[in-house]
Ligand binder design. Structure first.
Ligand SMILES: [Fe+2]
Length: 386
């Protein structure tokens, strides 16, 4: 995160005596990645965050690959996936490799405990729903269309309003960041970036809970869930500052680029991870030359698997998809507009599509659970009907 943020009370210097009115010291904690050289924040707890009463393994997560099947274009209808329950604990990956996984879940409950992902950063696209992401850093209010970026190690929980919720969760083994080419050498987002620091929403409304008791925390590490009973409420931070914290940006604040002729997908890049990128295809005017072909040309994404999640039912080059569809166009095959879509795009003025693309640089596995929601004839959809 190139943004520095601070909330609450802080001592004048790092690692300096900082006492409560009782005379006790606050407990200073550094949270950061890459040892002590990556982005980090310093938090000041009322109690020691290391105080654990009990722990036990509650679940091993087995990500099951579907049995070997012929290489083909795939289409999964996630509206048919039964993924109710807890947004942190009950998610089922649809596609995954060692760098990244994609899950869709329709949470029926708030996070039933505190949760910390210690094996990956998370990008949560709130396709539907609203509420608050709560953490020791403060609260972030969210609505449909928000990306929530939760760096690994950040303890948090979700609190939803009663409306329906649909979340796309992208878990990344590497650090999720703004694309390097959007930043200047000093870390600031460039004028030419499709979003700016002003669009990034940081935690607010820091509340300090000085409570002793039994507080349930689930930590995910090495695909295993460990339940810990904390002796103190984990939201006991009196102040913090730094560059490492959860943040949000709305997909509707991503400013799409349009050209006289078709611009390639990297134009829509939103996030950068290790081994993958995330792009946002947002409502926008089409290419404006009268002779422009707005639909993309057929392409072979050599050394890349391409995933699209359709956050509504419209996409200019594709037919047969629906809201919640996930398509996988793997390396080894060409893909492009289906019959009729290129011709139909000529002369169109704008698109209302809303979709998220995840391009991975290593091949993706299809989970066994995803087979139950697969459209088995999708790979035939490029055939002419004559
Ligand atoms: Fe593509």
């Amino acid at each position: 995160m190139p943004v520095y943020h601070q909330l609450g009370e802080l001592p004048s210097k790092r690692h300096k005596v900082f006492r409560k009115t009782s005379g006790e010291l606050y407990s200073e904690e550094l949270v950061g990645n890459m040892g002590f050289v990556g982005p980090s924040s310093l938090l000041y707890h009322v109690r020691r965050p290391t105080a654990i009463r009990a722990l036990r393994t509650i679940k091993e997560l087995h990500w099951n690959c579907a049995p070997g099947e012929p290489l083909r274009h795939r289409h999964f209808r996630t509206a048919n996936l039964h993924t109710e329950g807890d947004p942190a604990l009950d998610r089922i990956p649809i596609l995954f490799n060692h760098d990244v996984s994609l899950s869709v879940i329709c949470p029926t409950v708030d996070t039933s405990c505190f949760y910390r992902n210690a094996q990956g950063d998370e990008i949560v696209l709130v396709t539907e729903g609203s509420g608050r992401l709560e953490s020791p850093f403060g609260r972030i209010a969210f609505n449909g269309g928000d990306y929530l970026v939760i760096p690994r190690g950040v303890l948090h929980r979700f609190s939803f309003t009663p409306e329906k919720r649909v979340l796309l969760i992208i878990e990344s083994a590497g650090y999720v960041r703004t694309p390097k080419r959007y930043r200047n050498e000093y870390g600031q987002l460039l004028e030419s970036s499709p979003y700016s620091e002003r669009d990034i929403r940081c935690p607010q409304d820091l509340e300090t809970h000085d409570e002793k008791g039994d507080f349930r925390l689930i930590v995910k590490k090495a695909n295993c869930l460990t339940e810990m009973t904390l002796a103190y409420h984990p939201f006991d931070v009196i102040g913090w500052d730094g560059h490492y914290f959860p943040w949000a940006i709305s997909i509707h604040d991503f400013e799409p680029r349009v050209g006289r002729f078709h611009l390639p997908p990297p134009t829509h890049q939103t996030f950068e991870g290790d081994g993958f990128v995330v792009c946002s295809f947002c409502p926008r005017p089409y290419d404006f030359d009268p002779e422009a072909v707005p639909a993309p040309y057929t392409h072979s994404n050599v050394m890349s698997d391409e995933v699209l999640y359709y956050a509504n039912s419209e996409f200019m080059s594709r037919k047969g998809i629906e809201y919640g569809s996930v398509t996988l166009h793997p390396d080894g095959l060409a893909h492009g507009p289906q019959p009729g879509r290129t011709e139909a795009s000529i002369g169109q003025k704008q698109t209302n599509e809303l979709a998220v693309m995840v391009d991975t640089f290593r091949g993706l596995n299809v989970s066994r659970e995803a087979l139950a929601i697969e459209d088995p004839e999708y790979y035939l959809s490029w055939l002419d009907n004559d």
